[in-house]
Design a protein around this ligand. Sequence first.
Ligand code: ZN
Length: 198
Amino acid sequence: MAYTPALARLIELLSRMPGIGEKTAARLAFFILKSEDGYTAELGGAIGRIKQETTLCSVCFGLTEADPCTTCTDDRRDASIICVVEEPSDIVAIERSGGFKGRYHVLHGSISPLDGRGPEQLKIQELLTRLTDGAVTEVVVATNPTVEGEATAVYLARLLKSAGVEASRIAHGIPVGGNLEYADQATVGRALEGRRRM
Ligand code: ZN
């Protein structure tokens, strides 16, 4: 049996997603096809609206619906410490661990000369701007333990030193080459607790 054009189209679109091969895409497509109309309408609507309803916080560059985000405006969070991460999804991983009560800053990538990604493509200048009023005393660099993440951490440490801010690096509970996003809560919590000065 050949797929109908509509099914083939949906399978092709789904298979572009990370970690989704053609087999899984086909399973998902058949699941969607068999689902109740209410579910498919909600799913379609949620996908259609996600980009309009999600923006970047102008302070931390995390994902938010309202700018600035609730993390940046929450007075109960410690404004003297900023945790720097590569991607917005890393904030979710750290929040799940419950081990951090400061603010965040999302770089939107890591330094990777091979991919043509230099410091100027990341939100590094924006981070330095946040440090100018002296309210921030510590920056925890929580970039991933990959070659690019480490290179970014070393680069940041130098800048933070000249800005007069203490820089620390999360401990290596996260497997080398691993990703914060996929580490379990306890590991992320321990990595934060065991952070050391750079
Ligand atoms: Zn924010």
